[in-house]
Design a protein around this ligand. Structure first.
Ligand SMILES: Cc1cc2nc3c(=O)[nH]c(=O)nc-3n(C[C@H](O)[C@H](O)[C@H](O)COP(=O)(O)OP(=O)(O)OC[C@H]3O[C@@H](n4cnc5c(N)ncnc54)[C@H](O)[C@@H]3O)c2cc1C
Length: 457
């Protein structure tokens, strides 16, 4: 859909009238706080909307959506900026960073979060009751954006995607209405937004189940890059033998030679195996033994740990930086596939990616949710993702295509050149159904400035 000129539509009087209805604020590009409000984690692109609504309440979000829809303007949403696709230009951006309430109910084992909450808040609150959410590798990521895109984390093979455990959503749809979607309320919308991400409205509140997990046997095994071949081969064979209680991944890291990277990883290739096992430490130690024997670890942090320390497993970077993220779902990772992966990303490859990570999926990640949803990427055994600096190419993904299922995982796409990959995240019937739900709830494609699913009757 072609963008309409917006400058003339956003006259000061109409913006002032909107501002009067808000508990939060409006910010235009002339405002000194505009840039700060738009700052986010991934610096690969910057949103440049005509108007920012820094929302405080669901009513603020509804007012902003009604305002934009009335003028035919696109609406985008930013919580943390971890998941930017194409930059939002010209329309209205709703900044949810101040809507960050989190309430944990230990009796029903559920959590409620507002639109801007981050995972570390839920991990801490749930942890006080011996419970855990299905967060991902970084506790700084936004709960809502992550969950709507699927949500693949360290408990994934045991419990499935985060989206599989959503019980209710409060959502402002393109007509400005506040709706509640659940198994028996707007079931089509409920199906679509769990996996179809921000295409159906702005989710202002989310209720989801927590898991009875208070501890893990987990951490990381870091090996020198020269040992990648043996480590990758051992890990890939090992994944075929482990129970669903074991979720793991292997990352080939090429971290820069800068002070905030630990000495032993700085400016060199390392193979990092990430382990999260919900069974006993004794059983975990037995399962991890072959991995420990695969090389001489630079660091071995795999041990009994409280779930609240889950960030230690992946040790994701915490400061903003520019990068592309792309991925491919893999059917298998046998000898031919690992050989090719080493050729394009191993020690002698000259690969420019900061990280090439293979996550072991399957288990509960391969089964449909109790209340089915739109999450794609269930059909493979692994998801391989690459993080590359600006200008980086996707030669690793191209080389791995012979082992791909043809699918991609929506949450592991970031950067403007990934906006068109959305269709590859779903099989044809799922994509067609998503487009029909989109046509019902957002016929004008108001929510289009991200990984967009176009409406189709
Ligand atoms: C360091 C890092 C680690 C990550 N680890 C994992 C991981 O382990 N597993 C995994 O699955 N993903 C992971 N991701 C990807 C992450 O889940 C996505 O980037 C997600 O979109 C981030 O959401 P956000 O709200 O934090 O980001 P934002 O950039 O603020 O939002 C991204 C998009 O999410 C949608 N969105 C956000 N809020 C709302 C809302 N209230 N209503 C409707 N739509 C909304 C919109 O489409 C928006 O454009 C990781 C990303 C990073 C950078």
């Amino acid at each position: 859909m072609a963008e309409r000129p917006v400058r003339s539509m956003l006259d000061k009087a109409s913006v002032d009238r909107l501002a009067e209805r808000l508990k939060g604020k409006t910010l235009t590009p002339e405002d000194t706080r505009y840039d700060t409000e738009l700052s986010g984690f991934n610096l690969i692109a910057r949103h440049r909307p005509a108007l920012v609504v820094a929302a405080l309440t669901t009513d603020d979000v509804a007012a902003a959506v009604s305002f934009a829809a009335g003028l035919g303007l696109p609406v985008s949403v930013q919580a943390t900026g971890h998941g930017i696709a194409a930059p939002a230009t010209g329309g209205v951006l709703i900044s949810t960073r101040r809507m960050n309430a989190v309430v944990v109910d230990p009796v029903t084992r559920t959590a409620y979060v507002e639109a801007g909450a981050r995972w570390h808040q839920v991990i801490e609150s749930a942890g006080r009751h011996g419970l855990a959410p299905l967060n991902g590798s970084s506790p700084l990521v936004g709960v809502v954006g992550y969950t709507l895109g699927g949500g693949l984390g360290p408990l994934g093979r045991r419990y499935g995607f985060a989206a599989d455990h959503v019980v209710r959503a409060e959502i402002v749809t393109a007509d400005g209405a506040v709706r509640y979607a659940g198994a028996d309320a707007h079931p089509d919308l409920f199906w679509a937004l769990r996996g179809g991400k921000g295409n159906f409205g702005v989710v202002t509140g989310l209720w989801f189940r927590l898991m009875p997990v208070r501890r893990l046997y987990g951490g990381g095994l870091y090996f020198p890059g020269e040992q990648s071949a043996r480590v990758l081969d051992t890990w890939s064979r090992w994944t075929a033998t482990v129970p669903e209680e074991m979720t793991s991944s292997l990352a080939l890291l090429r971290l820069p030679d800068v002070p905030d990277v630990p000495d032993f990883l700085r400016g060199r290739l390392a193979a990092h195996i990430r382990i999260a096992f919900t069974g006993t430490a004794q059983e975990g130690e037995r399962l991890v033994r072959p991995l420990r024997a695969a090389g001489s670890a630079l660091l071995d942090s795999v041990a009994e740990m409280p779930y609240t320390a889950v960030a230690r497993i992946h040790q994701d970077v915490t400061h903003p930086l520019p990068y592309h993220e792309r991925n491919i779902v893999l059917r298998e990772l046998g000898a031919a596939a690992t050989g090719e992966l080493l050729r394009v990303a191993g020690p002698a490859s000259g690969c420019g990616d900061t990280m090439v990570e293979v996550r072991h999926t399957g288990g509960a990640l391969g089964r449909p949710a109790d209340v089915p949803n739109a999450v794609g990427a269930r059909d493979g055994a692994y998801i391989l993702s690459t993080l590359s600096p600006p200008g980086g190419r996707d030669q690793v993904l191209r080389a791995m295509e012979p082992w791909g299922t043809g699918r991609r995982y929506l949450n592991f796409l970031a950067g403007p050149d990934t906006a068109t990959a959305t269709a590859e995240c779903f099989d044809a019937p799922t994509l067609a159904r998503l487009a029909r739900v989109k046509a019902a709830y957002d016929p004008e494609n108001t929510f289009r400035h991200h990984h967009n699913i176009a409406p189709r009757p």
